[in-house]
Design a protein around this ligand. Structure first.
Ligand code: SF4
Length: 410
């Protein structure tokens, strides 16, 4: 009987893509998916090392699967934690059979292995869902003060347009979600021009009904890119803003300020009245003052974005911010987070309420669940649709009510 595998993925969409590619190698090795982790001969945990809470979740998951695996099954840890803390992790978790950094093949059999896979360009199996993430580059050339990613993911390496389009064809989906650490910088390292993202978006949009972009650094949101996104029919703008206070952004080693961001958002709304926006912000970065926090609250109120994520600052060893003074006490960070979340929840609810009565087009992801251009998969709310709509089809439905972030349609 074929040996069975189970892959558990933590962290961001970029990790999900890596897991899909690992699954491709396991299938090529003749293995088959297990129905549950308990039945698998090989259990793989693809970890996340982004912030402390993500690392804790990764360790908890490893320990839970260690306890659940059947006798004789092998447990392999891969992903960002394996790359960043490989030796430490192997010492701390002797029950793990192998710790494999990026590009190290994951197989049954506890033999030592060296990096030999170009994970970014590995083929992956067709998607089992109507949408899929496609990672177009790995690494990042920026030096944001809080972020350790460049230290272990390395500088940006963009894929070729041909390999990306070939992957899109194999996936056979209706919606492609393009991801990278710094998506709008796609192609800069290939010497194919500053604006390669614009032509890439156009080429992907010719192949699939929906092309969605995640993680756009605000200074790279040019008019050309805004137009290219509008032309895909998915006017969804995920702007990686992180804060709005100019001095604090400089301490973060990032571009921009609230006034510029608002100007950009207004300009997009003028071109794309139906545009949906998401952004993320860090709360409690060292040196964040009461005035900075008030500026962020005022921005959130003025911008009326559809979706916002607020994350408490996490001190990462080896980053610029780890050495900064002005540490914000945890209790104050929690208070600021609550205030921001409460404000944004009200804004999200009112923007969702405003859609009641509208006819919208959804892609049906699963029985009873659809999404319009306003909802990124796994990140934003959903649209509850009638159960008889077939997954993988588009349908026009009328929104009849809103339930917090979700809509109900018929
Ligand atoms: S853009 Fe900044 S936050 Fe994003 S991966 Fe690069 S360094 Fe990190």
């Amino acid at each position: 009987m074929a040996r069975q595998y189970w892959v558990e993925t933590l962290g961001c969409p970029k990790n999900q893509v890596d897991s899909d590619k690992l699954v491709g190698t396991l299938l090529a090795d003749g293995m088959v998916p297990a129905g549950a982790a308990e039945d698998a001969d090989l259990v793989v945990v693809n970890t996340c090392a982004f912030v402390e809470s993500a690392r804790q979740e990764s360790v908890d998951t490893i320990l839970a699967l260690e306890g659940a695996r059947k006798e004789g099954a092998e447990l392999v840890v891969t992903g960002c934690m394996a790359e960043r803390y490989g030796a430490e992790l192997a010492d701390a978790l002797p029950e793990v059979d192998a710790v494999r950094g990026f590009g190290v093949p994951v197989t049954l059999g506890k033999k030592p292995a060296a990096p030999s896979l170009d994970l970014l360009n590995l083929p992956r199996p067709p998607s089992t869902s109507p949408w899929a993430y496609v990672k177009v580059a790995e690494g990042c050339d920026r030096a944001c003060g809080f972020c350790a990613i460049p230290s272990f993911r390395g500088p940006q390496r963009s894929r070729t347009v041909e390999s990306i389009l070939a992957e899109v064809d194999v996936l056979d989906v209706h919606e492609v979600v393009l991801v990278a650490q710094d998506l709008a910088s796609f192609g800069r390292d290939q010497g194919v021009g500053e604006r390669a993202i614009v032509s890439l978006v156009g080429a992907v949009a010719e192949r699939v009904a929906r092309t969605r972009l995640l993680y756009l650094y605000p200074s790279d949101l040019t008019d050309d890119l805004i137009d290219a996104i509008g032309a895909t029919g998915v006017p969804y703008f995920d702007l990686s803003l992180q804060h709005v206070s100019r001095p604090l952004l400089r301490r973060m080693r990032r571009w921009g300020d609230g006034e510029r961001f608002l100007g950009r958002i207004e300009a997009i709304r003028a071109r794309e009245p139906d545009a949906a926006f998401r952004s993320n912000f860090i709360v409690g970065y060292p040196g964040e003052t009461e005035g900075d926090h008030d500026a962020l609250l005022a921005f959130v109120d003025a911008a009326q974005l559809d979706w916002c994520g607020f994350f408490s600052y996490s001190r990462e060893e080896g980053t610029h911010a780890a050495g900064l003074d002005g540490v914000v006490p945890d209790a104050l960070v929690a208070e600021r987070l609550d205030e921001l979340t409460e404000l944004q929840d009200r804004i999200t609810a009112s923007r969702r309420d405003a859609l009641v009565g509208r006819v919208v087009e959804v892609l049906v992801d699963a029985p009873g669940i659809g999404r319009t251009h306003r909802e990124a998969p796994e990140i934003d709310g959903v649209v509850h649709v009638p159960d008889d709509l077939l997954p993988g089809t588009f349908a026009k439905v009328e929104v009849v009510s809103a339930l917090g972030p979700d809509l109900v349609a018929r």
